[in-house]
Design a protein around this ligand. Structure first.
Ligand code: GDP
Ligand code: ZN
Length: 329
């Protein structure tokens, strides 16, 4: 607890945050709109990360004179899934907290599978200690079309070797949807994907009451259902909570140092510490154990290629940021 609640305070979970107010789900399931005590703002780095979807909070109902309910304290988080906030300067955006799984939804084709997004999201989940899962939607379109950028088998094999279960599904025909649903039971699951991959169609196929539940949260914010761009936490089944996020355009890593990137590729772990140089960046250094493992077929060249790309990006980001902090830009 950051601050003790008053004896009258009650607990709730945050299901939506927008513009300084939030929607809470009380322990009996009631939804309630609340403001946030000013004193809580500023304790974390930015206002937007003080109260996040998935936070467990204490709230006071206010007195009889019609005061609005107010969040008074936030419980410690067991994990937090962040990204680099869109925009020029480096800032953290905490997307959701207290999660059991992160599910990356992509299409096999239309749009083509994006390894860039998949690896960023799974690295970020790994860095937060949250298990990841991969979903390839639109399998009815025949993903093994030779014109598709990558074969389904290659994709699934790369990620299963890294410890990420994969599913090929069709939101349209329902193929594989039941198995995915079973794999999500018993937890709070964050779904992330590029727009157009069929995430909304898939979630509607998994949870027929979804629109109704979203409508109930939107009714508390007074905003039209199509205007929201915020993440929403929904109890879609007695044993399953979903955090739905708007389709992402770009996803930047947050809180991962270039030198630590290899650690968020789980299949690299057995080779780390075996390079000739202790500060090996695993680029082209002689005696690099990761490169040797790639040459021997033990590490996927595609995952290694994505590591090189992300490492380059992180290094460019950190040099830009140190220039900025040094007053050079
Ligand atoms: P979102 O932006 O990820 O939420 O994507 P939508 O759910 O809006 O779907 C984008 C488009 O893909 C729509 O035209 C859907 O009808 C289509 N779509 C979604 N799932 C499937 C699928 O499994 N197979 C096929 N063929 N099309 C799909
Ligand atoms: Zn190395």
């Amino acid at each position: 607890m950051e601050t003790p609640g008053t004896p009258a305070s009650k607990t709730a979970v945050v299901v939506r945050v927008d513009f300084g107010a939030c929607v809470l789900r009380l322990d009996d399931g009631t939804l309630l709109r609340a403001t946030v005590r000013g004193r809580l703002m500023g304790e974390r780095k930015s206002l937007g990360n003080t109260i996040v979807v998935g936070d467990r909070v204490l709230w006071d109902p206010g007195d009889e004179r019609g005061q609005v309910p107010v969040v008074t304290a936030v419980e410690e988080r067991r994990n937090a899934f962040s990204r680099r906030a869109p925009g020029r300067h480096a800032a953290e955006q905490v997307v959701a907290v207290n999660l059991d799984q992160v599910v990356l939804v992509s299409a096999l084709d239309h749009p083509p599978f994006s390894r860039g997004l998949a690896d960023r999201v799974l690295c970020q989940a790994e860095s937060a200690g949250i298990p990841g899962r991969l979903v390839l939607n639109k399998c009815d379109l025949g993903g093994d079309d030779p014109a598709a950028r990558e074969s389904t088998g290659e994709i699934l094999d790369d990620y299963s070797r890294a410890g990420y279960p994969g599913h090929t599904v069709s939101a349209q025909t329902g193929a594989g949807v039941g198995e995915l649903l079973d794999a999500c039971r018993g937890g709070r699951i964050l779904f992330v994907g590029h727009s157009g991959v069929g995430k909304s169609t898939l979630l509607n196929a998994m949870f027929p009451a979804l629109d109704l539940l979203v409508g109930q949260v939107n009714a508390k914010t007074g905003r039209g259902r199509h205007t929201t761009t915020a993440a929403t936490l929904l109890r879609v089944a007695p044993d399953l909570e979903l955090v739905d996020t708007p389709g992402v355009r770009a996803f930047g890593l947050w809180g991962i140092e270039p030198a630590n990137l290899a650690q968020v590729y789980p299949e690299f772990h057995p080779r780390l510490g075996q390079c000739r140089f202790s500060d090996c960046a695993h680029f082209a250094e002689p005696g690099c154990a990761l490169r040797i493992a790639v040459d021997e077929g033990l590490i996927s060249p595609r995952r290694y290629g994505s590591y090189l790309k992300l490492r380059g990006e992180l290094q460019a980001d950190s040099s830009r940021e140190s220039l900025r902090q040094g007053g050079w830009t």
